[in-house]
Every structure is written in C-alpha cells, then in structure tokens.
Design a protein around this ligand. Structure first.
Ligand code: ANZ
Ligand code: ZN
Length: 802
C-alpha cells in the first residue's frame, strides 16, 4: 500500500465533507449543543494556543455525533471593542473594514482545523441585524427598571479615555492598555445586576462547572451576613452607621474609620484638623478602588471628632482612611484592632488602644503582636457577653443588637451594579433619547437597530463624551413620546454586551421578528457544553447568566442558566511559560505545521502537550512523534484489513481494553492520555500483526475511536476498508468487561513486607491455592514461625514470620 500522505487525504476529505456534511439535523436525533467561546477577530490571527480550545471542542462534538446526537457547534465573532477602534485611530481605517478583513483571515485559519462548525449559524456582534437585539434587550431592561442613569465616580482610564468596569481594572491598571486607572465623576448607564445577586449565587448549585470557577463567582458576588450598628457622634446630632460581619466584637471597637467620600467626612473636621482632612480627601480621590484595597502601608487622618460605642458608652475617635471603601456596606466601619488585621495595623501605626475581646483559652494575651482573627474563642472584656463562645455570639449578636435598638441584622454583597456605558465609538449605541420634557426615553422597539453612524474621527473626546457627540445630524432627533427636539444618548455599550447573549442567537440567526423563536429555543437550548479559557471565569460567565435569567423572566426563553457544563482549557505558552504574543515574538502559527505534518497530526499534538485543563509549553519537536504514530496506524490498518484474520481471545481482549481506555479517558477529559493510549495500543497491535495478524473488526473499532481526533485519516481508512458511509455515521463502539479480563496475573510475594519473589497465577485462582504456590516460590527462605498469611487478591502475598 502507499504510505500515509496527509496532504492528499486531508484535501480529499475536506472537499468531500463540504458537499456531504457529516453532522445533519434529521429532526429525530436528540440535540447536543457544544459551544466555543467566540473569538475576538484580532489582526494577528490564530496561533497554536487558539487551536487548543477549538480542537478540544471539536473532538467533544464529534464524539457526541458518534453517540447519536445532532450536534450544534457554531462559531461567530465578538467584534466590537477597543483593539479595532485603537487600530482605526492609528491607521485611519474604519473599524468595520479592519474587522471584516480580520474575520476573513481568521475564518480561513479556523477552517484549517476541520471542525464541524455550521457556518450557516454564524453571528457577528457588530452586524446591525445582531446588535438590534443587543439594543432590544437594553430597552427591555430599561422598561423593567434594570437600566438606569447615575452620576458617579467611575474608574477612568486616562489613556483609553473611557470609563471602565471594576472588572476591567487589574491591579489598579487598565486591562487593555496598562495605564494607571483614576477616578472620574460621570453620568453613567448602569445595569442592575445586583437585583439578581441571590439567584446568581444560589443557582451555582445547578451547574456542572469546575468547583474553582463556581467559587470565583461566589466570591465575586460576595454575600456576607452581619449587622448594621449605629454610633452617635459625641456632641452632635449625627449618627454613623457601620456594617460589620463581626458584631460579636463590638466591645473591642476602639475607633471608627470612614471612607474619605463619606458624607460626614468633611463635617466631622474641627478647626485644628480641617486642613489635613481636606487634603486627605483630595489625595484619596485620585486613587482607584483597586489601589486602595491593596496591601500597603495604611494612611489616615483623625477628624477631631468622637463617637460613642453604643454597647458600652466608650468614647472612640473617628478617623478617615482610604482602606474603607465608600461603596461597600455603609462606607464606615467600627474598628476592632485586636481581631482584624487591617485595623490592627492601623491602630499600631497611629497609637490607638487595642482591646482583646476574644481569647482562645479565655486568657488575655499580654502584648499582642498580631490580630487574633479566628472566629472562635471565649469572650472577654465584653460585659454581659463575657464567657460566651464567640462563634455562637456572632450568630446571635445581630438579634441582640436589634432588640437593644442600636442597629439591625443585614446582608451585604460585594457585587456592584454594572457600569454599562463607554465613551467610545466602536460599540452598540445605547438606544435612548434625552428629551427636555420626558427625560430618558427608549428608542421604540420597532425602530431598532439604531445604527452606528459614520464618523470622521474615532478619537475619544476625553471630555467624557463619545465621538458620536460630534455628529449633529445624528445626535439631534425628536422625542419618540412628545415629538419635541431631543438628543440621542451618545455613549455606547461595553464589549460584554453582545457576548452576554450571543449563544442564544446562533440557532435562529436570521430571525427578523424575534431574538430567537421560542420554539427553537425550547428545542435546541441551552448550551450543554461550553469550552473556553479560564480568564472568563468571572465576568463573561456572570454577565451571561444575568442576561439569561432576565430573558427567562420576560419569557423569551424557558431556562435560567445558559451553560450546563463548562470546561476551561489551559493556555499554550511559549518557552519558559511566556504568553504567546506578537510583541514577544514567540507566536507559533499553525499554518506551517498543518502544511508540514497535516491537520490530523496538529490536532492530536495539541491534545498530547499536556492535561487540557493545565497550561502547557509549546515544544514543536513533539509533533513529529504524533505524525509517526499516524503513519504507523495507517500502515497497520492498510496492511491488515484484507488478511481475513479471525479474532482470538487475546485480540478480543486488546480490542475491548482499547475501547474501554479511550472511552473512559475521553469521558474524563483526559485527552492527552487518550493520545498516548492510541500510541501504546498501536504498538501492541503492530506487534500482534507481525505474529498472527489483526482482525478487521478490531481495526474498524480503532478507526472509529480515532475519528474524533484525526477525522481525515479515519475517514480515509474507513473508506479503504470498504465502507460507503462516512465513519461519522457509525456508532461509538462499546466494550465488554468479560472480554477484557486477564486470564493470568503476576503477583508479588513478600516476607515481612519485603519482596522476595514473583508468581504468575490464574486471575480467578482461590486464596489457598495462591498461598500454596507462594510458599513453593519462597522455599527455604521461609525459615521462621509463620504468624500470619495475607493475600491481596491479584496483587500481593505477604507471609509474616518470626
Ligand atoms: C468589625 C470587625 C471586627 C470586622 C473584626 C471584621 C473583623 P466582608 O466579609 O468582606 O463583608 N468593612 C465593612 N465595610 C467596609 C468598607 N466599606 N470598606 C472596608 N472594609 C469594610 O467584610 C466585612 C467586614 O469588613 C466588616 O466587619 C468590616 O470590618 C469591614 F474582628 O467590622 B468588620
Ligand atoms: Zn419628550
């Protein structure tokens, strides 16, 4: 037979599959929806790291196909956002044009993967027919009171000249450009995701997701229980309410801290402190919230005023410090330096008394060197509460506080409403009209999409308005309610808007009447498996869950969680674990590898580099080994297929073990060991072929098993074996446990736990017979008094002698 020629084979089948798709909806098969996180069509194209996720999802899709499903496996483009816009600013090319060119190039590259994408389902978030529905969802949210305007200090990137959501600020820097993020007071559109906080938290239980991701989401939502306690300001009418999760420590509160933005911050200053207080408030306004949370030396200023601790009447100083955030809890805290690290550090620095109120063994520590932060121990220095167990008191205290009339039991969330406006050009226009009489009025639904007008300059104005503000004929309009002169909203939506719901659109992407027809949604949704990078563990997934719940609530769909199962693949890095990027010059393009080794080899090598959930360093030399394996496999099947060999017991055993190993490893997503399994079994079968030959049925099963991984070679071999239908019309082989059983096993023979010999026995041999044989093997090494004889079936005999 001719040797393996990947080029000819891959070309042939690619063409064939185009004319005869292997994944068709016959209306009878059950559906399986396997979704990739859709890419941003960047100018630099795909590298081998991008391939990994797409290969994993295609393997999984083809596996489901072979299990009798109609697989929904779509692809599309998340194409609004900053990179295209920044490119437009630099080169003067309209973002639409550069985006279209990038999509064309990436689509060509993606087709090299030979995945079973259904391009009829393609979506593009920048297509007005798509963003019509992104705007429609906004209008629906507005009508339900979930989209609202707010004047607020937001994270501001001075370089991108746009507002950023908290999520887009990483270590105090802009996620996009790396510039230091500051604050700016701007009118913003907000989405009330907090209205869904409880459901977003509780429904995590429904999901078959990695525990790690669920935990990250739960932490982001950050639900905590505690109490609000009211402290009177000494000598004034004012009251300061604090939020605490540790009301049990109330007797230990020796000072208070307010966020510099707190409404009383300035007022509490006295003549002596006023200057310092105002300067401190000003300095804090320049920092981002993320900066403030970070662990660095505490700063603060004494206001000059005192408050009264309501539990014991103690007079405590009121300070300002930027480690207290204005928008969490009440923006004011009671400080218990003995039991909180940050308060301890602050008290040490500013010489504030530290009173221990919880002691591990009931005894006070003489010189505290650090806070005692455990939420268990015996209460001390706490009046009536002395002697109580603190963990119990923690639960009880909110009620006691409520009964005393000094506060109330509360719940808090870290989750904030979502800053949904961007002062940029390349995004969905927010479909709102501002009328001097009617206020903010939504664009009528039947007038959507509100299309993005052409502009001449893409630069953000830097004034906090988007470039759209400069286009008068677009901005000036009539109020949809009263017909008077009005102005359009000029902010656009963030890049997350389209990606929060795109997965609903694929299955009905040409529907002009509805976002998705309910009939189709009921039939084909939700997503069964979602595959993508772990960098989206919090935001994208949280936003998508929020949108899905909202669309469920208004009856568009009938389910409230979008993604049943989630798999996060690890990143492929360059040498030494460095992220692949154009700027580092370590990008490996798949194009050359496909040419030299073939798509099948690259697909399998992408899996072979390591456990798919972990990062892996790219080492090109390994692909040769995978290619050699496919060459051997090809030769094995071609040489043996027509020999008419009958399967003996040994062959049956190998066949069923092969099916078992590949199937279980695949089900566990242990895809790298699937590839090594194929290599090992191919060696075994090649050795058997040299002796008595290999039967056709075993070869056929092996080819079907290989098909999701290396579809072209599998299809070629399948045809060569005389089949007219595609290998993907087959059913995934099943294994027979009986046939897999070993007849004989080798066991270890020990004396007093030390290995002294080996023994081959029948797999089912009984204990007495095995022990007798083991003693024979040991012979005169058995020279003491036997006190115990142990047999671990199929593994070890251990004789204990004295
Ligand atoms: C007294 C206390 C004693 C506290 C103690 C902790 C330990 P989580 O669990 O994250 O909700 N806190 C409240 N509002 C804050 C704000 N705006 N900025 C910074 N810190 C704030 O944390 C709640 C705890 O964080 C609260 O409980 C409060 O400090 C602090 F031994 O109150 B605690
Ligand atoms: Zn009006």
């Amino acid at each position: 037979a001719t040797p393996y020629n990947h080029k000819a084979i891959e070309q042939k089948w690619r063409k064939h599959w185009q004319e005869h798709p292997v994944n068709v909806n016959d209306g009878k098969k059950p559906k399986y929806y396997c979704l990739d996180m859709f890419p941003y069509p960047s100018g630099s194209g795909l590298h081998v790291g991008h391939w990994r996720g797409y290969v994993i999802s295609d393997v999984w899709s083809r596996y489901k196909l072979l299990n009798g499903y109609y697989v929904i496996h779509p692809m599309g483009w998340d194409a609004f956002g900053l990179p295209a816009e920044n490119y437009a600013i630099k080169m003067g090319t309209h973002p639409r044009i550069s985006t279209e060119a990038n999509i064309k190039n990436i689509k060509r590259q993606i087709n090299e993967i030979s995945a079973i994408y259904d391009w009829d389902m393609e979506v593009n978030t920048t297509d007005p027919e798509f963003y019509k529905w992104t705007q429609w969802i906004f209008v629906k949210m507005f009508k339900k009171g979930l989209a609202y305007e707010k004047q607020m200090p937001i994270n501001w990137c001075p370089s991108c000249k746009t507002g950023l959501a908290n999520e887009e600020v990483v270590n105090g820097k802009c996620e996009r450009c790396g510039a230091d993020v500051t604050k700016k007071n701007l009118r913003q559109w907000m989405l009330k995701i907090t209205a869904y906080a409880d459901r977003l938290l509780a429904d995590l239980d429904k999901l078959d997701w990695p525990e790690k991701v669920k935990k990250m989401q739960a932490e982001w939502i950050g639900k905590s229980h505690g109490a609000e306690v009211n402290f009177k300001v000494d000598g004034r009418d004012d009251e300061i309410t604090v939020y605490t999760t540790r009301p049990d420590t109330l007797h230990g509160a020796t000072f208070m801290v307010l966020a510099p933005e707190h409404e009383l911050a300035k007022e509490l200053a006295t003549d002596e402190t006023r200057e310092a207080v105002e300067e401190y408030i000003y300095q804090a306004s320049l920092k981002s919230s993320v900066d403030r949370m970070q662990d660095k030396e505490k700063t603060g200023v004494f206001t000059g005023s005192y408050a009264i601790n309501p539990i014991n009447g103690a007079k405590v100083p009121i300070w300002l410090s930027d480690y207290v955030l204005a928008d969490y809890g009440t923006g004011a805290i009671m400080c218990v330096p003995a039991h909180d690290d940050r308060d301890f550090e602050f008290a040490k620095k500013f010489n504030i008394p530290i009173i221990q109120v919880i002691a591990k063994d009931g005894k006070e520590i003489e010189n505290m060197e650090e806070a005692y932060t455990e939420a268990s121990g015996i209460m001390i220095n706490s009046g009536d509460w002395n002697g109580k167990e603190s963990s119990e008191l923690k639960e009880e205290a909110p009620k006691i506080i409520e009964e005393m009339g000094i506060g109330k039991k509360t719940t808090n969330y870290k989750l904030r409403d979502w800053v949904f406006s961007r002062q940029r050009y390349w995004g969905e226009p927010i479909p709102i009209v501002h009328c001097p009489d009617c206020g903010a009025v939504p664009v009528p639904e039947e007038e959507l999409p509100l299309t993005l007008p052409e502009v001449e300059k893409y630069e953000p104005t830097g004034t906090g308005e988007s470039p759209l503000a400069d286009i008068e004929e677009w901005v000036n309009c009539k109020c949809p309610v009263c017909g008077k002169d009005a102005k359009r909203e000029t902010n656009t939506m963030p890049q997350w808007a389209g990606s929060s719901w795109y997965f609903l659109r694929y299955i009905d992407n040409k529907n002009n009447e509805e976002l998705v027809s309910r009939e189709k949604a009921d039939k084909y949704l939700p997503v069964d498996m979602y595959i993508g990078g772990v960098e989206h563990a919090v935001l994208h997934l949280l936003y998508s869950r929020f949108y899905t719940k909202f669309l469920c609530d208004i009856g568009v769909i009938d389910f409230d969680e979008p993604f049943h199962k989630l798999f996060n693949q690890g990143m492929i890095t360059g040498k030494n674990g460095i992220k692949m990027s154009k700027s580092k010059g370590n990008v490996v393009s798949p194009d050359d590898l496909v040419r030299d080794y073939g798509c099948d080899s690259l697909r399998m090598y992408e899996l072979f580099v390591g456990p798919p959930e972990l990062d892996a360093e790219w080492d090109e030399s390994g692909i040769d080994g995978v290619h050699r394996f496919l060459t051997r496999f090809y030769k094995l099947v071609m040489d043996q297929k027509d020999k008419g060999v009958k399967a003996d017991k040994e062959l049956l055993k190998v066949r069923h073990k092969l099916i078992y190993d590949i199937t279980t490893r695949l089900n566990n997503f242990s895809l790298n060991t699937v590839v090594s399994g194929f290599m090992e079994y191919t060696n075994t079968l090649t050795a058997m072929a040299k002796k008595d030959g290999v039967d056709k049925e075993t070869l056929e099963d092996a080819v079907v098993l290989l098909a999701p991984f290396a579809p072209h070679i599998a299809e070629e071999l399948w045809e060569a074996m005389g089949h007219e239908d595609s290998v993907f019309a087959e059913t995934w082989p099943t294994y027979d446990e009986e046939a897999m059983k070993e007849d004989e096993v080798e066991i270890v023979v020990q004396i007093n736990g030390k290995v002294k010999g080996k023994l081959v026995i029948a797999a089912e041999e009984d204990k007495d017979s095995v022990l007798a044989k083991a003693k024979e093997v040991l012979g005169d090494k058995l020279n003491g008094n036997i006190v115990k004889e142990i047999y671990v079936p199929g593994r070890i005999v251990n004789i204990v002698q004295k």
